[in-house]
Write a protein that binds this ligand. Structure first.
Ligand code: SF4
Length: 313
């Protein structure tokens, strides 16, 4: 064995607490076993205070060092020299790359407007500083900012497009409390790996699980009922279900008035929410921030809904 190899073998072995951020939104806590500055293996950290979240992580995260040390890993800026798709690049220094990026952004902004530049960040919770700085870059320059969830396939992508939010309304941690679960647009067993066990626990607790998916997916296989809908017909199926629920008054009126936006009225002429300022005698509450709009609900009479505080009056 060469002398250098002998010396490196004597280096200290340390475990570094880290997070699997790039693969999916799971953000699983990991420990990297580091020897002489090189990751030798990755194991699940299993150190979350809530035992339900331990262990957390999958093979993609455990094998991430293959990407870090893989032959295709980009270690510095490259500038394209050939046509798109030609795979021809040359190495560049950081100063040149930053100047080039800046001048191209300037050209695009001057030609098409600042909002023609769309910036994508992965879920900010998996890296506050580097993802936050990208958000800051976008907001300072007036770029279009796409939320992280729209680009992730491990949760329903339709939700942020439709509602503007993804999963803030429900933690997967709460799934085992449910009695009836309908899965739309998500293959939890394959793409929501660290939380998939919550779905299994829900079933073990007696919940009935329905999966709406064109494919007999991993989640469909674990469901009580599988509905093989036509691709892209999720919305039509859901709207059909909603129509029956409304027509037959199968909803809990007190619950939907207190906890959902079902009572908010929708204009039939443009399909948008009816705003308080559109209705004579109603106005936005004074304490509501200017960037919000007060909606209108009907509860025997028209009432204003403050979406910031979610109060009705
Ligand atoms: S589920 Fe796998 S890929 Fe996703 S964050 Fe956890 S370890 Fe990474």
């Amino acid at each position: 064995m060469a002398q250098a190899d002998q010396a490196s073998d004597q280096g200290e072995l340390t475990y570094v607490r880290t997070t699997c951020a790039p693969n999916c939104t799971g953000g699983c806590g990991m420990k990297a076993c580091v020897h002489n500055g090189e990751i030798k293996s990755i194991i699940q950290a299993a150190d979350y205070e809530d035992a339900e979240h331990n262990p957390r992580g999958c093979l993609k995260g455990l094998s991430f060092s293959n990407l870090i040390y893989g032959p295709d890993r980009m270690k510095g800026p490259l500038i394209r020299t050939g046509a798109p798709g030609s795979d021809e690049f040359r190495e560049a220094g950081w100063d040149e790359a930053l100047d080039y990026t800046g001048s191209e952004l300037r050209r695009i902004i001057d030609t098409y407007g600042a909002d023609s530049v769309a910036v994508v960040v992965q879920v900010a919770g998996t890296g506050h500083v580097h993802k936050g700085s990208v958000v800051r870059l976008a907001t300072l320059n007036g770029f279009s900012l796409l939320g992280g969830y729209e680009m992730n396939g491990d949760l329903p992508m339709s939700a942020p497009i439709t509602f503007g939010v993804q999963s803030e309304e429900l933690e997967s941690f709460c799934w085992p409390d449910a009695k009836y679960i309908m899965v739309f647009g998500s293959n939890i067993m394959s793409t929501r790996i660290p939380d998939a066990h919550f779905l299994v626990e829900a079933r073990e607790n007696g919940a009935k699980v329905l999966c709406f998916d064109p494919n007999y997916s991993g989640t469909a296989a674990k469901s009580d009922e599988w509905y093989s809908i036509k691709p892209s017909s999720d919305a039509a199926v859901a709207l059909g279900l909603i129509k029956v629920i409304l027509d037959e008054e199968l909803y809990d009126g007190d619950f939907v008035r207190s906890y959902t936006d079902l009572p908010i009225l929708i204009r039939s002429d443009n399909g948008k929410r009816l705003l308080a300022n559109d209705v004579e005698g109603l106005s936005a509450p004074e304490d509501m921030p200017a960037y919000r709009e007060a909606y209108v609900a009907y509860n025997g009479s028209f009432i204003t809904v403050n979406p910031e505080a979610w109060t009705f009056r």
